[in-house]
Design a binder for this molecule. Structure first.
Ligand SMILES: C[S@@+](CC[C@H](N)C(=O)[O-])C[C@H]1O[C@@H](n2cnc3c(N)ncnc32)[C@H](O)[C@@H]1O
Length: 217
């Protein structure tokens, strides 16, 4: 891949668009299955809960989460990509589990009611957030007391080794993310680290790992 291709890929990952966005989302479902499964495990959703997911992409990886909420729960997704919203709706609205609402908003402007949410999950999204403190304060405002937040990210070490991340990704250390959570009123619960080895994304061989960061209000 040349620099133009890498830059295009980075902008598609930040907000998938058009036909290429659809193809990228399908590839993400392969590459990001493991980190999403671990994030859902850490969130431990249960029947009847209201859960917000930030940036679900086309939503296919979120199906186990919605099923765990059962019919009396509620799943709310915030996704700024119009194409991803449409596909996530097609993939998630007919599961026969928790009712699904998808807002075509980014996480800063979505109409989530204050102190109404049991848990928030965001997988591979924090790299695209300019002001992490502001996002964490916003999430804190949505959560009930004792509400949980789970963030699945690639480590800074991993991101620095991936060539497209130099185009607009915010690469933050675990310590920086933790400090921002604490400054926003969260208590840290646990961080888990998994080495996923070398994986193929398009024609790129990339070293992948998964950091799952759990916090509560
Ligand atoms: C790299 S993709 C990850 C998709 C999926 N979570 C996964 O891990 O495969 C990032 C997703 O976050 C969305 N996104 C980017 N900025 C966002 C924001 N400020 N609020 C909500 N979603 C955002 C993008 O549109 C995209 O669907």
């Amino acid at each position: 891949m040349d620099n133009y291709d890498l830059q295009t890929l980075a902008s598609q990952l930040a907000c998938p668009y058009g036909e290429d966005g659809t193809a990228i989302a399908e590839k993400m479902n392969e590459t990001n299955a493991f980190i999403t499964e671990r994030s859902i495990e850490a969130l431990a959703p249960t029947a009847g809960e209201r859960i917000v997911e930030i940036g679900p992409g086309n939503g296919l990886l979120s199906r186990p989460l919605i099923r765990a909420l059962e019919k009396n729960g509620e799943y709310i997704a915030l996704e700024p990509s119009v194409e991803m919203v449409e596909q996530a709706w097609n993939n998630l609205s007919g599961l026969g589990a928790a009712p699904v609402t998808i807002f075509t908003d980014d996480s800063f402007s979505a109409p989530v009611i204050t102190h109404s949410v049991d848990g928030v999950m965001a997988v591979n999204v924090l790299y695209f957030i300019d002001d992490l403190d502001a996002l964490f304060r916003k999430i804190a405002s949505w959560l009930k007391p004792g509400g949980r937040a789970v963030f699945g990210v690639r480590s800074d070490h991993c991101l620095k080794a991936i060539p497209y991340t130099r185009y607009g990704f915010h690469i933050r250390s675990l310590e920086d993310i933790k400090d921002s959570l604490l400054a926003s009123g969260f208590h840290l619960v646990e961080t888990s680290y998994y080495d996923e080895g070398i994986q193929l994304f398009d024609d790129l061989e990339i070293p992948l790992d998964a950091l799952i960061i759990q916090a509560i209000m």
